[in-house]
Design a protein. Sequence first.
Length: 128
Amino acid sequence: MPDVKPPSTGTHSVVDLHGARRARRLDLYRNRLNQRQQDTRANLVTLYEGGTLFTPDGTKQGRSLLKALQLLQRAGTRLEELSGDGLLPAPSASERIDALYDEVDGLFTKCDRLTGRGTASVARLPRA
């Protein structure tokens, strides 16, 4: 006789793929936010420690970095809203969810422009 396995007696559970995708997307955005915050803070530290913060170019770059941090805080608030960790429950309408992610993408784009992400490093600014 062939070796036949008896049916599984374990509990079968249904996986919510939509929920898993939403959680994964939120996690990716949180990681992007954390990386940008770390990079922006590191650039501020570089400006300060190198002494270039007190030059006209360094001051201008420092203001841009501080503005970028404000935008990142706003993006963090939107991600908190998406997760339902804040005062408001997580949105359920897909239009609202997409609108919040679009807003976060826009904030990331503005932040990237202010920080010069992908361009010259603040470490290359001339020293006073």
